[in-house]
Design a protein around this ligand. Structure first.
Ligand SMILES: [Mn+2]
Length: 358
């Protein structure tokens, strides 16, 4: 008889295991049985939407009166002869942990963060289809945004960074996304040297480059893409940097596959940029896993020594950031296969295509 249970509190892990999308709830994996604990507000929704076979436990008022939970909780632990319980330390707050400990003082508790995330690395066909659809929507939005920028320039209508953020939100709704995957990064001109610039009131000036990093959600699954548009012919410096980043990204995508480590994958783009003398201006990881979370395992980084699995979806996003001048980042999402990868991003990225003129 197995005596280990796992307490799953990370929302995206709960969704992955059960399909449950409520904002309050946790799961207990005990032997082969999965329990979903949630409160009055979500009982009906859970019953209608979660995967078959999962047992629902009503926890209404549990945190105000732990005895309410204790009855169900103890019964389940006893039934499965649970002696030790894994908790997701990366998610469970100390105060909630203390409450669990209080109702089960004699159990052994250990960290199981990353356990479900590891399973999530390999995407199923359905998950791949959702991520792909999410990216198709993202690309439609991007094309519409490009048209909008072009016509605004032609009509000499002022556009601010935050106007483009709002436009993306409306288009996401119009094109069938359920939400944005993250708040879009829109950076005009010198703002683009800050990799994660916070969009503000700044107005687009003739000649500015525009860094656009955006993604949406479809059936819970995220997309992620970065492109840099130019509103005037590129200066020789812009052109040089753009080509360098594009080359680093293209070469990395040629080589990345299942079976290599995150560090190796990161090195492919980084070494090209370092060799050209811009290593210090590429200060972030070369990419990340994408799925229910916008950033998930595996990581494309020097610190990630584990090997990539088949059917993982990752981004490849080298960049060069020149303070006071401009920044360039180019980001695609790819699906890893044994022999290579499939690029899930269709939006072109050659320098000439990035030029939008009025
Ligand atoms: Mn990204």
């Amino acid at each position: 008889m197995k005596s280990t249970a796992y307490l799953i509190t990370t929302p995206s892990n709960i969704r992955y295991l059960s399909n449950f999308t409520g904002s309050n709830g946790f799961m207990l994996l005990a032997g082969r049985t999965k329990y979903l604990f949630t409160d009055f507000r979500y009982i009906e929704r859970a019953a209608n939407t979660i995967a078959p076979g999962i047992k629902i436990v009503n926890t209404t008022k549990m945190w105000h009166n732990p005895e309410v939970l204790k009855e169900n909780w103890e019964e389940i632990l006893q039934k499965h002869n649970i002696k030790e319980i894994g908790i997701e330390e990366d998610n469970l707050t100390l105060s909630r942990y203390k409450r669990f400990k209080k109702i089960s003082p004699r159990k052994k508790w250990f960290n199981c963060s990353g356990k479900i995330e590891k399973q999530r690395e390999q995407k199923s066909d359905v998950e791949i289809s959702y991520i792909t659809k999410s990216q198709r929507i993202n690309e439609r939005i991007f094309e519409e945004l490009r048209r909008h920028i072009k016509s605004s320039l032609r009509k000499k209508v002022k556009i601010r960074e935050i106007d483009l953020v709002f436009k993306i939100k409306m288009l996401a709704h119009e094109f069938g996304a359920e939400d944005l995957a993250f708040s879009p990064i829109i950076a005009f001109g010198p703002h683009s040297s800050s990799p994660h610039h916070l969009p503000d009131n700044t107005t687009l000036k003739p000649g500015d480059n525009i860094l656009i990093d955006m993604g949406v959600k479809y059936r819970g699954y995220c997309s992620d893409m970065t492109r840099v548009l130019f509103t005037a012919s590129l200066s020789s410096r812009q052109s040089e940097i753009y080509e360098l980043v594009l080359k680093a990204q293209t070469e990395a995508i040629k080589k990345i596959r299942a079976g290599i480590s995150g560090k190796t994958a990161d090195d492919y783009s980084r070494k090209i940029i370092q060799k050209a003398g811009y290593g210090d201006q590429y200060g972030h990881a070369g990419g990340h896993g994408v799925g229910l979370d916008i950033h998930e395992s595996p990581s494309v980084s020097e610190y990630y020594k584990e090997k990539f699995k088949k059917n993982a979806v990752i981004t490849v996003e080298p960049g060069i950031y020149l303070e006071g001048e401009f920044g360039i980042r180019i980001e695609d999402m790819i699906l890893l296969t044994k022999s290579g990868n499939k690029n899930l991003t269709k939006t072109p990225k050659s320098q000439d295509v990035m030029l939008v003129r009025s």
